[in-house]
Design a protein around this ligand. Structure first.
Ligand code: ADP
Length: 438
């Protein structure tokens, strides 16, 4: 269906009347009763689809033979979510209508209501109306099959703008829609929009709580291993007769496990801040040499322990980059830490940097175990780890790197081949744009 950036033409005023949504109070007792009944039924669920089913059912019981609701999705497209007919025997036709794809270039009743923010009333579905709005012979046939002779479209207005539209159709000669029907339809749509908006917000809150619970579960799981080490070590220390040399080893083990736990918590908090976009950068012009000297020094002990050397391959005359030094050192140490962790002794770990227009392209390359192709699309996701790696990290390292590089306006990507090694590339903005002939 039509993305709203390329709006279809509106239905001409000669074929459909546009009316404001606020036409004053409902004028009949039956109408007031209907709305009094509608309120609680529409609000009885916090599930979007259940809410919309209640709305269309109410409409076809009191106001229409056909009722459908289209919702604007996040990508700006309009999707038909529910269709109902007063007579259940029309279920098959209702399903055809629900699945019909609307031509974005044709005038469209619901989009006219959404774009104008007004109700659109077609008192009579005349042959001229059909000729002007039917998008294809198939659409013409579908409209004719419904038997509607009068229609109303009303926008569903959420708290922060339109969220969709509701369409009512009457097939009964004695029920030709007029202003009073529009009043009722607008009131029904107002209640429906509020309920859908609430359901949407409730869903978002549930998603956020679920993501947080998952994150906490991962962190809690990962913390159990260093904490268990600490408890066991303390138990041994409490036993009498532990040799002094062993006691020192055990205390060192406790310190190592506590540091590991500390790092997991720090990474988790950092990952959460980056995911929410709360990164404040202290940008300075910095030489790539300085960044690398600091980063390599920080992983030197790990490299020595792994029996690996980190070598540098820097293009001569690289321009300074405009970065937050501590943050980019964090990117390098995370990437180098992974390279050292996943490369067996005797392998190679190389850091490369090349000029690339208004950026410097950095690469951390190893000849380690590599990453399977089906895992590659996931490695920058928070908490993702390949099977077998659980407990060795928090699965946040690459997500943090991406968050930091993104915050600098750069790009990060990965290439890997199982058994051959991994290359992670990222760009850093140069501090001074190079001169065209410089
Ligand atoms: P962690 O902090 O747990 O290492 P990362 O986000 O840094 O998490 O990495 C996620 C996963 O990606 C790792 O568990 C590992 O499976 C894979 N990975 C990352 N870097 C490499 C690498 N250089 N070689 C092989 N696998 C890697």
């Amino acid at each position: 269906m039509a993305p709203l950036e390329a709006p279809p033409p509106l239905i001409p005023a000669s074929l459909a009347r546009r009316l404001p949504l606020d036409l004053g109070p409902v004028g009949t007792l039956a109408g007031s009763r209907f709305l009094a009944e509608a309120g609680p039924r529409i609000c009885s669920s916090l599930d979007r689809d259940e809410t919309l089913h209640a709305v269309v059912q109410l409409a076809v019981q009191h106001l229409a033979d056909w009722c459908l609701v289209d919702l604007l999705e996040r990508d700006g497209e309009l999707r038909r979510v529910v269709v109902a007919h007063a007579d259940p025997a029309h279920r098959e036709l209702a399903e055809r209508i629900r699945r019909y794809r609307i031509d974005p270039a044709s005038p469209h009743l619901e989009l006219t209501a959404i774009r104008t923010g007004e109700a659109v009333l077609v008192p009579s579905v005349t042959p001229e109306y059909l000729a002007a709005t039917a998008q294809s012979p198939e659409h013409f046939g579908l409209l004719a099959d419904t038997g509607v002779h009068s229609m109303i479209a009303v926008p569903l207005l959420g708290r922060s703008g339109p969220i969709g539209a509701m369409l009512l159709g009457s097939c009964r000669p004695r029920r030709r829609y007029d202003e009073e029907h529009v009043r009722l339809a607008a009131e029904l749509a107002r209640r429906a929009a509020l309920a859908v908006d609430n359901a949407r917000r409730y869903g978002e809150v549930c998603d956020a709580v679920r993501a947080r619970d998952e994150a906490l579960a991962v962190v809690a799981h990962d913390l159990r291993s260093p904490l268990a080490t600490i408890v066991m070590a303390a138990d041994v220390l409490l036993q009498e007769g532990t040799a002094p040399a062993l006691r020192t080893d055990i205390v060192r083990g406790i310190r190592r496990a506590a540091r590991h736990a500390n790092r997991l918590v720090a990474e988790y908090l950092d990952g959460a801040r980056l995911a929410e976009g709360h990164v404040v950068l202290d940008l300075q012009a910095t030489s790539v040499d300085a960044l690398l000297a600091e980063s390599v020094a920080l992983v030197q002990r790990q490299a020595d322990g792994a029996g690996l050397a980190v070598t540098l391959d820097l293009e001569a005359g690289l321009p300074p980059v405009r970065v937050d030094l501590d943050r980019i050192v964090e990117v390098f140490t995370n990437l180098l830490g992974n390279a050292l962790k996943f490369t067996p002794a005797g392998g190679r770990v190389v850091v490369r940097a090349r000029a690339g227009g208004d950026a410097v392209v950095c690469t951390v390359e190893d000849t380690g175990i590599g990453i399977p192709a089906d895992a590659l699309p996931h490695v920058f996701e928070r908490f993702w780890q390949s099977s077998g790696q659980r407990g060795r990290g928090a699965g946040l390292g690459l997500a943090i790197c991406k968050g930091i590089v993104d915050a600098h306006g750069g790009r990060i990507w990965i290439e890997s081949e199982p058994g051959a090694g991994t290359r992670v590339h990222f760009t850093l903005p140069v501090a001074i744009a190079p001169r065209p002939n410089g």
